[in-house]
Design a binder for this molecule. Structure first.
Ligand SMILES: *Cc1c(COP(=O)(O)O)cnc(C)c1O
Length: 362
């Protein structure tokens, strides 16, 4: 069975060495005589797995001492509620500012609006989210409890290349589709959240990196399970954590460290993205609809402008071993998600295939 080039937006391709190591260790982890999926989360062996995963993530992202790392469940979507439930009362104003840069930001806004006074300070919704909204800092509320962005917009293929200056207001970022793709200055954020299934591990783990002073002020209505304090005090093990996902995340962290960390990853990702964008910019058939300065290096969207031709392309691409290249159901067209684990050969071969398709359909 040949492995395909899987351009899925998530769950998405994982590094082959990670999958192979997990396979080797699956039935019997170390000398445990059992699989990680069968092991008590209170065992010394699992304690070691989660401690190493956290330590390696801290090394990779240079996470400062005054930040906690949490391994949670519920996906990024649960964070849309968990963030306001915990942070809206942090400074007791119940206000938060959001930038609406895409569908996931919009969902986060809707959810947060159930709990507090939410202001959308900038939006690109009217333009079908084809760019990061331009913002005016005069719109930001200096007494907001937090300021929220979705840093990489998975569906639309846009990303923030500079961060809004929020002053003392803690910046919260959904990094589900860009975490670990390049170095991040964690100290600029109050909270970083990311579902694991885009760039880290199987679905089921959500990573939250939170500055310690933001923990412990949850709204009274917050369920115990949704208070960051609960999980922070319990080392993410108030209840049974997503053990296997944490183990897999740990393998990915190890793989990243062995391959030069995030500085190398950034170079590699930029190179991969450039191969695609350079081709798209000269193509007469395919277009990238995104404002150039906002282009994502993780999710590259493109269209022919003809829905039938898009469909034909996706079908032929699939048959040629380039799978899951169809755009999100809400926007159509195509999208190549080229996360850390996508090798550059996959991107180069895709471009060759696109070029051939273009000639055949000219
Ligand atoms: C995929 C994704 C989500 C939703 O993640 P779930 O884990 O399915 O809840 C949210 N935000 C971004 C940026 C995403 O890419």
């Amino acid at each position: 069975m040949n492995r395909v080039y899987n351009f899925s937006a998530g769950p998405s391709t994982l590094p082959l060495p990670v999958l192979e190591k997990a396979q080797r260790e699956f039935v019997c982890y170390g000398d445990a005589g059992m699989s990680v999926t069968e092991m008590s989360h209170r065992s010394a062996m699992f304690e070691d797995i989660i401690a190493r995963a956290e330590a390696d993530l801290r090394t990779l992202m240079a996470i400062p001492e005054n930040y906690k790392v949490l391994f949670l469940q519920g996906g990024a979507s649960m964070q849309f509620a968990q963030v306001p439930l915990n942070l809206l009362s942090a400074y007791k104003t119940g206000k938060a500012d959001y930038i609406n840069s895409g569908n996931f930001a919009n969902l986060a806004i809707k959810e947060a609006s159930r709990f507090g006074d939410i202001k959308v300070v900038a939006s690109s919704r009217e333009d079908n989210y084809t760019h990061i909204p331009d913002w005016d800092e005069k719109e930001f509320r200096p007494d907001a409890d937090y300021f929220y962005i979705c840093q990489n917009n998975t569906i639309y293929g846009t990303r923030f290349t500079k961060l809004p200056d929020t002053g003392k207001v803690p910046l919260v970022a959904d990094m589900s589709s860009c975490i670990l793709s390049e170095p991040t200055d964690v100290s600029k954020y109050g909270l970083i959240l990311a579902g694991a299934q885009k760039n880290v591990a199987p679905a089921g783990v959500t990573i939250v990196i939170i500055r310690e002073d933001l923990i412990g002020h949850a709204l009274d209505i917050a369920p115990v399970m949704l208070k960051y304090e609960t999980m922070a005090n319990a080392g993410s093990m108030y209840n049974t954590p997503p053990c296997f996902g944490i183990y897999m995340a740990g393998l990915t962290f190890e793989w990243l460290l062995a391959n030069g960390g995030l500085t190398e990853m950034k170079k590699y990702n930029e190179k991969k993205a450039a191969v695609l964008y350079e081709y798209l910019d000269q193509s007469k058939l395919f277009k990238n609809p995104v404002r150039k300065c906002d282009r994502s290096i993780m999710n590259v969207t493109f269209v022919t402008g003809d829905a039938d031709l898009d469909k034909k392309f996706c079908k032929e691409a699939e048959a040629a071993g380039f799978v899951n290249i169809k755009g999100h159901r809400t926007v159509g067209g195509m999208r190549a998600s080229i996360y850390n684990a996508m090798p550059i050969e996959g991107v180069e071969k895709l471009v060759q295939f696109m070029d051939r398709f273009e000639k055949e359909n000219a």
